[in-house]
Design a protein around this ligand. Structure first.
Ligand code: XUL
Ligand code: CO
Length: 434
């Protein structure tokens, strides 16, 4: 037991009228939405890196947080950190958490020593998980912070770093399997370039494709039944990242024969950095059949960098869940709060309140999305807009050729009549629900 969260009781659902800052007003795990418990729809996870490993630094200043588990370079403090993390999970009652290897264990002097530390913490997690309901949504390897990864992991010009990456991912997949994790994530923060002057892009892409195939082969070899997920992001820390956005990732997966093996973990802030909306990324992934999981957060629209703030915009979140629900909802995926406090938010209470607010916003978004689906107004508008394609004449157009269509248009038997796209009417419709 730590006393980091002392005096903070488990968070209860008190309903929309509650003024208690540490109560859920909308997230009611047992409430049934579209035939399923809210908890089972949203599948919330807490990100170990932001909540426990990050120390409050930014590009202009260092640590602002002083936690009982600092400094984080010892096994003893790794255990205190784990104790505090599971105490927070008990307070929030979310069903999942996520980690990178480097978040949870101190780096050793060698690969073998780092692995020994990592395995000890994984066993410690296993003990804690055995007496609780909390599960692992996904594990991942941090292959971007240590200087060895500065020129990339699987895309590094040095083959020894490719090998080191393979060894690292193997250990993280083993640990994910051991803890019963439901997904394994690869986010390639340094899989990209700083300048094309020193980069052989074609070779690096081939190496990344080969690496991902090795990951999928290993998944099958060890009997991991979870989903392998790639997380798109256009840049930061690299000037350009190869996994730029959902569409780019799908093209990559297809080129390397992985489109039926790997799905995507989409993050709100990464969508914004790519010049998209979150629902654009989700709709792209659902259209291509590769939606896996989401990292929920928000970016500051003015700063232009990845601020990883907690979500607080119901209309945005509602449209995201609208596309997720229309795709049938999550299977192995979930809603991971890849979100961190502002560096001035020093207190344990800030960490709890941030997650309470994020969970409530998502619950509101989910309820609004479900109400729109149950009302059916957007689907009806879509059916009406595309109705021409359901007619025999419309269907025939996809099974003919340019000459035939030319003749029909030229003879005047086909003459398009423009119709309203009704955008404002649809926006007003959405506003009734959010
Ligand atoms: C970085 C980011 C990562 C991944 C996991 O922007 O989102 O935390 O989610 O490596
Ligand atoms: Co993320």
């Amino acid at each position: 037991m730590t006393d980091f969260f002392a005096n903070i009781a488990p968070i209860a659902f008190e309903g929309a009228d509650s003024t208690n800052p540490l109560a859920f007003r909308h997230y009611n795990p047992d409430e049934v939405v579209m035939g399923k418990r809210m908890e089972d729809h949203l599948r919330f996870a807490i990100a170990y890196w932001h909540s426990f490993a990050w120390e409050g630094g930014d590009p202009f200043g260092g640590q602002t947080f002083e936690r009982p588990w600092h400094p984080q370079d010892q096994m003893a403090t790794a255990k205190i950190k784990a104790d505090a993390a599971f105490e927070m999970f008990d307070i929030l009652g979310q069903p999942y958490f996520c980690w990178h290897d480097a978040d949870i264990r101190p780096e050793g002097d060698s690969f073998a020593e780092s692995l020994k530390n990592f395995e000890a913490v994984i066993d410690y997690f296993g003990e804690k998980m055995s007496s609780r309901d909390v599960k692992l949504l996904w594990g991942t390897a941090n292959m971007f912070s240590h200087r060895r990864w500065m020129s990339g992991a699987s895309t590094n010009p040095d083959p020894d770093v490719f090998a080191y990456s393979a060894a690292t991912v193997k250990t993280c997949m083993d640990a994910t399997l051991k803890l019963g994790g439901e997904n394994y994530v690869l986010w390639g923060g340094r899989e990209g370039y700083e300048t094309l002057l020193n980069t052989d892009m074609g070779r690096e892409l081939d190496h990344m494709g080969r690496f991902l195939n090795m990951v999928v082969d290993y998944k099958h070899k060890i009997g991991f039944t979870g989903t392998i997920l790639v997380e798109p992001k256009p840049q930061e820390p690299s000037k350009h990242q190869y996994d730029y956005d959902a569409a780019t990732c799908f093209g990559f997966l297809q080129k390397y024969g992985l489109e039926n093996e790997v799905k995507l973990n989409l993050e709100q802030g990464h969508a914004i950095l790519a010049g998209h909306s979150f629902e654009h990324e989700i709709a792209t992934a659902t259209a291509l059949g590769v939606l896996g999981s989401i990292d929920m957060n928000r970016n500051d629209y003015q700063s232009g960098w990845d601020t990883d703030q907690f979500p607080n915009n119901v209309p945005e979140v509602a449209l995201a869940y609208y596309h997720i629900l229309r795709d049938g909802g999550f299977s192995t995926g979930g809603t991971n709060f890849d979100a961190k406090l502002r560096r001035q938010s020093l207190d344990a209470e800030d960490l709890i309140a941030a997650h309470v607010g994020g969970m409530d916003i998502c619950a509101r978004g989910l309820k609004a999305a479900a109400a729109m689906i149950e009302d059916g107004g957007l689907d009806a508008a879509l059916s009406e807009r595309y109705a021409g394609w359901d007619t025999d004449a419309g269907k025939a157009m996809l099974n003919t050729d340019l000459d035939t269509l030319f003749n029909q248009v030229h003879s005047g038997s086909i003459a398009p009549a423009p119709k309203s796209g009704r955008q404002e009417i649809l926006e007003n419709y959405v506003n009734r629900f959010v």
